[in-house]
Structure formats: C-alpha cells, structure tokens
Design a protein around this ligand. Structure first.
Ligand SMILES: [Zn+2]
Length: 167
C-alpha cells in the first residue's frame, strides 16, 4: 500500500480515538498526529519510504539487519513499542492511537501480494487471501474512503447541524 493509504488509515484511527475519548482540541490533534506517524512507522525498514527518508541511517541499518517488511511489520515489534510506551506512562488514548496506527499498517500490507513477516523471527509470510497491488485502484479508493471517513468523524456534529437547517 502507498504511504498515502497508510497515513489516511492512521488519521482515521486518530480521529476515532479523539471522538471516543472526547479529547480536547490539543489532545485530539496530538492523537491524530501520533496515529498518522505510527501508521507510517513500520516502513522505516524501507529506505525510500517517507519514514525511511526522514531517518536515513536507522532505516539503512534496519533494512540491512532484517530486510523489508520483516521485524518492523511483526507482532514482536508492536509489543516492543507497547512496552516502551508503558515505560514512559503514555496515556491510554495516545497508546491506542500509536498501537492501532501501527497495526493498521501491518493489516494493510497483508492485503498486498508480498504480505508481511507477522510472526518474525519465524520465517513465514502472512497475507490475506485477497490481495491488491500497491498504487492500484483499490489502494487509491481505500485512501479516499479513509480520508472521507476521517472528515465525517471530525465534522459529524457541524455537518448534522447544517443538514438539519436545510431539511
Ligand atoms: Zn509496510
């Protein structure tokens, strides 16, 4: 999946967390930004990805140590991040934003023919029975659907207010 699809899924998760926990504006923006970053984070193993370009050296090291879509796309990696977040006593809503953001990345990559090494270090590629090409029509439509849902969730109340004045 493209970075755009991953990040739009992350933003959607952030928006859902913000409304579910009824966060204030500052916390909402933080939750959305954190989920957005987390949804791109696993691709740090890919030197040409957004994350890879931002952290070139880390990305280079991870790519050469583990390969693409292995360690950073596994339950083990998500568990390590979860453990690190508990160490710094991350509030629950930020924790959910980050962990679900990362999981959304892994799930979306499982929809591509290449799959992911979900159970790393066990050398098993895991993917869903239906797969779509990165950058294909489904990839693009997923990105648009996630973005529209995010806007709807964030602006549901104002939209309803406007609609009620029309109808
Ligand atoms: Zn990936």
């Amino acid at each position: 999946m493209t970075g755009k699809t991953h990040s739009s899924a992350g933003l959607l998760i952030g928006a859902m967390v913000a409304t579910h926990f009824e966060l204030d504006v500052f916390e909402s923006v933080t939750a959305i930004v954190l989920a957005g970053i987390a949804s791109l984070f696993p691709d740090i193993c890919h030197t040409r990805s957004k994350m890879g370009q931002r952290f070139k050296l880390t990305s280079f090291i991870i790519k050469h140590l583990f390969g693409h879509r292995t360690f950073t796309h596994s339950f083990l990696f998500v568990l390590i991040i979860y453990y690190l977040l508990t160490l710094i006593q991350t509030p629950l809503y930020y924790m959910i934003s980050i962990i679900c953001g990362m999981l959304s990345h892994v799930l979306l990559d499982m929809l591509t023919p290449r799959g992911v090494r979900l159970l790393f270090p066990i050398p098993l590629r895991v993917r869903f029975p239906i797969q779509f090409k990165t950058g294909g029509l489904v990839d693009l439509s997923l990105a648009s659907t996630f973005s529209l849902l995010t806007l709807y969730i964030l602006f549901e109340a104002p939209i309803k207010r406007v609609l009620s004045t029309w109808i």
